[in-house]
Design a protein around this ligand. Structure first.
Ligand SMILES: Nc1ncnc2c1ncn2[C@@H]1O[C@H](COP(=O)(O)OP(=O)(O)O)[C@@H](O)[C@H]1O
Ligand SMILES: [Mg+2]
Length: 326
């Protein structure tokens, strides 16, 4: 049984300009211990997907259809009451792009980690502090005992993200959702944080959902990838298959525009155009206006279907080897 199952999720935001259809039928699963990468340009619905899983969709947002199952039981969704408070923060935790906004600047790092442990595990203050020190060491912060009594501003950006990860794993969750965890960090630190996540996942058997706009980041860490475009998943598959033989023209475009992924670096090119607005998204293929191989036949809705080792929402997928396609 999958740990997490998202089924046909629709999320809307009611704004003054109209209803933003942020998620338009997202379905995906996460198996125990696996790392799923969710990639896509800014605005494609990655964070909203994570927020829905964490029960964080709030007015003016709403889940208008679909559901989210945790170990087979309803967690959130249309007409699902919030029955699952004890799962959020304990079995599923989340870390964000900017640790400074999630850490309390007025509390020592040790007190913040210990609080998570006290609240969710019912540990004594003393035991929680001891565990907090162990966690800091586990995420690669040396001199943990001394570091516990310092405040967030005394930590560098990379070290703060390590603290967030320590809080994220404090209760030994089954799933950690990391939303652009390294976007604010420089490349070297970014690589170290990703390495840490990989190491923790192996040691703890943790499942990870890694959200990023950078396809390059998923290569080393993820087992499987889901590519999002305009509130929908357009392609899923094992990471190797996606990189070697992407089926959706959008995934192909992402690879061509990411340094270090396409073997032929001379073809490094950005995808022309911009995603459609989500106030009145097209009912058919949302990528069609930017698609190098699309035609009139592509105006109908595109549903995910099995192609090769993955699934693709493009009627032309599988017709040609991608390197010859354009
Ligand atoms: N609170 C909100 N109010 C209105 N629209 C929102 C809100 N949060 C997200 N959206 C819209 O939902 C869409 C998906 O956003 P998001 O999931 O944050 O994208 P990303 O893939 O960059 O994480 C975007 O069009 C965004 O403008
Ligand atoms: Mg986001």
């Amino acid at each position: 049984m999958p740990l997490l199952e998202i089924d046909n999720l629709h999320v809307c935001f009611d704004t003054r300009a109209g209803t933003v259809q942020a998620l338009r039928g997202v379905s995906l699963t996460v198996a125990p211990g696996e790392t799923l990468g969710i990639v896509g340009e800014s605005g494609s619905g990655k964070s909203v997907t994570a927020q829905a899983v964490m029960g964080l969709i709030d007015v003016p947002g709403r889940i208008s259809d679909g559901e989210i199952l945790w170990e087979g039981k309803p967690l959130a969704g249309f007409a699902v009451a919030n029955a699952a408070r004890d799962i959020w923060g304990r079995e599923i935790t989340m870390i964000f792009q900017n640790p400074m906004t999630s850490l309390n600047p007025l509390m020592t790092v040790g007190a913040q980690i210990a609080e998570v442990i006290e609240v969710h595990m019912g540990s004594s203050r003393r035991a929680a502090r001891r565990r907090a020190a162990e966690l800091l060491s586990a995420v690669g912060i040396s001199g943990a005992e001394r570091r516990l009594d310092q405040y967030p501003h005394e930590f560098s950006g990379g070290m703060r993200q390590r603290v967030m990860i320590a809080m994220g794993i404090a209760c030994e969750p089954k799933l950690l959702i990391a939303d652009e965890p390294t976007t604010a960090l420089d490349v070297t630190i970014q690589a170290q944080i990703l390495e840490l996540l990989a190491e923790l996942q192996e040691k703890m058997g943790l499942a990870i959902v890694l959200i990023t706009h950078d396809l390059g980041i998923v290569a080393g860490l993820c087992h499987r990838v889901a590519v999002m475009y305009a509130g929908q998943i357009v392609e899923t598959g094992p990471v190797d298959a996606i990189f070697e033989n992407p089926s959706h023209p959008y995934t192909q475009g992402l690879i061509r525009s990411t340094p270090g992924l396409d073997a032929d670096e001379e073809r490094l090119t950005a995808i022309d155009g911009a995603p459609p607005g989500l106030l009145q998204p097209p009912s058919g293929c949302a990528f069609l206006p930017r698609c190098p191989i699309g035609d009139e036949g592509c105006q109908g809705p595109q549903v995910l279907r099995a192609v090769g080792a993955g699934t693709v929402a493009c009627r032309k997928a599988g017709e040609q080897a991608w390197r010859e396609a354009v």
